[in-house]
Design a protein around this ligand. Structure first.
Ligand SMILES: Cc1cc2nc3c(=O)[nH]c(=O)nc-3n(C[C@H](O)[C@H](O)[C@H](O)COP(=O)(O)OP(=O)(O)OC[C@H]3O[C@@H](n4cnc5c(N)ncnc54)[C@H](O)[C@@H]3O)c2cc1C
Length: 432
């Protein structure tokens, strides 16, 4: 199979230029590490509050997961509702669910306020059941979510499924009309532009190599050594997600970087695109080793999954593209002859408890752990933690929950157990 090993979304947008000659400032109020949704959203909020902010990006703007994802702006969290209630209790789970809805409003509000042309649309999402028992559970989940959170999901019987999807392999589905879709590269580029307009400076190719506690003119802060030189900051916001490295070792040990991969077809005939996804939903299935897919605004099928658990490189992208194409044809035999034009990968950030976490660690602020639900939540957490840094006390149910590391401390930041985790997920999909 021949295709371009390249992120299709990035072909649809020009990223704003940063002034490569502009030297790093000597002192800033806040150094934000990472220029994805989390970092930019935080920097934008802080700059609007009058803070002097430098965003330090090791690569280029939006280089990480933020420009590479499926663009699904989803309600809820990765973990199911019953699991959340049993772990955190009803009240905290209610707040978490409400935050997931508020995160979509937050993203929509930024898109409107900053006039970001990123094809944002409240098209809804469809979850499809790979087994009868998964479908049987949908009724129960929809009921809990309606009773507990006053949020309506619609269960779709197998006989009604053709209204939603042109595939006959599923046992039924569940629709949430509140979810949305967007072009993530356009969104992150627009977010960067608005962050700069708010007064923050973004420095590309400015990887942070070390961070040290330091005092300056009697004030405590941080000295950051970057590929572009030194900068002294009163506060640090770590927004490095699945790319978190040894520069923040405590955080690195709590985050498992997991590869996720995507292929896109050529632009499909309009009638075929309509047949595959009549309501243009964001779609994902009920497996642990799941597939997620959608039409792009120009009418390609974008099909993603955790085909290899390891982060992206030439080999994992190639191997994953083959696996994903086979998966796509199983779902949609109509795409047997469709040409695959692009394939790429990116790295997700999973915490050991599969939850988002945010707050303060080792004296630095952070927000991580979106587990594939980060488009809206990363944007929201960036804003909320920035508000907290500015002295507000915003409600944030993800601050202060236990943030577990690996059992028995068996993890030093090198995810040696990923093949085992991948195999374990496959086993779970056979038996559950
Ligand atoms: C293939 C794929 C599909 C996905 N699909 C979806 C989806 O459909 N819906 C959804 O909600 N979520 C999805 N996600 C998850 C979502 O994209 C992420 O949760 C979100 O983008 C995280 O944003 P972020 O800003 O926290 O991190 P990132 O966008 O990953 O940014 C982190 C940045 O930190 C930089 N960095 C790291 N270390 C340093 C350092 N030392 N110095 C300077 N810079 C550094 C990196 O270069 C990187 O640019 C997907 C992810 C992937 C990979």
């Amino acid at each position: 199979m021949r295709f371009q090993e390249h992120n299709y979304w990035r072909t649809t947008v020009d990223f704003p230029g940063t002034d490569a000659c502009c030297p790093l400032p000597e002192v800033v109020d806040v150094a934000v590490i990472g220029s994805g949704f989390t970092g930019l959203s935080a920097a934008r909020t802080l700059a609007k509050r009058g803070a002097k902010v430098a965003v330090l990006e090791g690569e280029t703007i939006g280089w990480g997961a933020s420009s590479r994802n499926g663009g699904m702006v989803l309600t809820g969290m990765k973990l199911g509702i019953s699991k959340l209630i049993s772990r955190y209790g009803r009240e905290r789970t209610k707040q978490m669910y409400a935050a997931s809805l508020a995160s979509i409003d937050c993203l929509e509000q930024i898109v409107k306020e900053e006039q970001i042309g990123c094809d944002f649309s409240r098209c809804g999402h469809l979850e499809v059941a790979c087994k009868q028992k998964h479908f049987d559970d949908y009724e129960r989940q929809a009921e809990i979510i309606e009773v507990e959170f006053n949020h309506k999901l619609r269960v779709v019987q197998r006989s009604q499924l053709p209204i939603e999807i042109g595939s006959s392999i599923y046992y039924g589905g569940m629709v949430d009309e509140v979810s949305a879709g967007c072009n993530p590269a356009r969104f992150v580029a627009g977010l960067a532009r608005s962050t700069m307009q708010a007064g923050a400076e973004i420095f590309e190719h400015a990887r942070v190599h070390s961070i040290q506690r330091d005092s300056r003119q009697g004030e405590m802060g941080w000295k950051l050594a970057t590929a572009q030189g030194l900068v002294w900051a009163h506060e640090i916001f770590v927004a490095t997600s699945g790319y978190t490295g040894a520069v923040t070792p405590t955080l690195q040990k709590k985050i498992i970087p997991i590869g996720s991969f995507i292929i896109t077809t050529e632009i499909l005939p309009k009638a075929l695109a309509k047949e595959l996804s009549p309501r243009n939903r964001m779609i994902y299935d009920s497996k642990n080793y799941l597939y997620y897919y959608r039409l792009t605004p120009d009418g390609r099928m974008l099909f993603g999954g955790r085909a290899a658990f390891f982060p992206e490189n030439d080999q994992t992208i190639r191997r994953s593209a083959e696996i994903l194409r086979r998966g796509m044809i199983r779902v949609y035999p109509q795409l047997r002859d469709a040409r695959i034009e692009y394939g790429w990968g990116g790295t997700l950030d999973f915490a050991f408890d599969i939850m988002p976490h945010a707050g303060e660690m080792d004296g630095m602020y952070y927000a991580v752990g979106y587990a594939g639900h980060g488009v809206a939540m990363a944007t929201y957490q960036g804003q909320k933690i920035a508000e907290m840094m500015a002295g507000d006390q915003p409600e944030n149910p993800f601050v202060g929950i236990p943030f577990p590391g690996a059992p028995f401390g068996l993890y030093n930041g090198m995810p040696w157990f990923l093949p085992l985790a991948g195999a374990w997920y496959k086993v779970l999909d056979w038996v559950s």
